[in-house]
Design a protein around this ligand. Structure first.
Ligand code: PGA
Length: 258
């Protein structure tokens, strides 16, 4: 299984030139990171075509593209939305679904997350499903309940036979660790991952659960990155802030593959 290193640029940078510069630096610095990692860049929608063009003339680049969100209908009167079909046609391989910032700021519910997972899978986009608890939920002992509810709701009425070409990737992202500089300890991340795997086992059986990659996200940097892979035995990282600094992100990838 390859180790994922996923860059979530969120709503950054503010210019095409900035996006091009960042991507060029990443592609240059990661031209030979080997076959051990699957490095995925998820920029804002508007930069995707430019990055697709960039990759098309860099045949050797191993970077993959993902979107940060998708809409569940393929087309129609849905002003402002971007569909799975459009992302697939553009050349995306991955799509982030249910990031906590979408749940918090844009009212995304578990039902919407479920529709988005279904849309991604039926279009053969690989969903990167984000789940995680808030600080008050953790402190009041509700972490397990929150994670289980999110997982069961996200995969409601989806049979594992649908995963053949697009097995979902899970990202454990505790809300209190995102953008806070207070990363979750490798032990805590490992505990959460074991619990998530158990939930997947209940839904899909042990073998399907074991085939699923579980990543960690929340204040990942080049100093803590390797701990989640070697100590916590996770299958990847979802990197926000640190992915906007090409040197730091390249270091993270190197720590993970070395
Ligand atoms: P962060 O964000 O690395 O800036 O904490 C992670 C994420 O939200 O995916």
């Amino acid at each position: 299984m390859k180790t994922f290193v996923i860059a979530n640029w969120k709503c950054n940078p503010t210019t095409q030139e900035g996006a091009g510069r960042l991507f060029t630096a990443l592609a240059g610095g990661l031209s030979n990171f080997g076959v051990k990692a699957e490095v995925v860049v998820c920029p804002p929608f508007v930069y995707l075509p430019k990055l697709v063009d960039f990759l098309s003339v860099r045949a050797r680049s191993q970077l993959k593209l993902g979107a940060q969100d998708l809409f569940w209908e393929n087309k129609g009167a849905y002003t402002g939305e971007v569909s799975a079909a459009m992302l697939k046609d553009l050349g995306c391989k991955y799509v982030i679904v249910g990031h906590s910032e979408r749940r918090q700021h844009f009212g995304e519910t578990d039902e919407m997350v479920n529709k988005k997972i279904k849309a991604a899978i039926s279009t053969k986009l690989i969903p990167i499903l984000c789940v995680g608890e808030s600080a008050p939920q953790r402190e009041s002992g509700k972490m397990g309940k929150v994670l289980k509810t999110q997982i069961f709701a996200a995969f409601k009425n989806i049979s594992s036979s649908k995963f053949q070409d697009s097995r979902p990737v899970l990202a454990y992202e505790p809300l209190w660790a995102i953008g806070s500089g207070k990363a979750c300890s490798p032990d805590e991340a490992m505990g959460a991952a074991i619990f998530l795997r158990k939930c997947l086992g209940q839904l899909y059986g042990r073998s399907a659960s074991e085939k699923t990659s579980i990543c960690y996200g929340g204040s990942v940097n080049s100093k803590n990155a390797a701990d989640y892979i070697t100590q916590a035995r996770l299958q990847g990282l979802l990197v926000g802030g640190a992915s906007l600094d090409s040197k730091e992100f390249i270091k993270i990838v190197r720590r993970v593959v070395e």
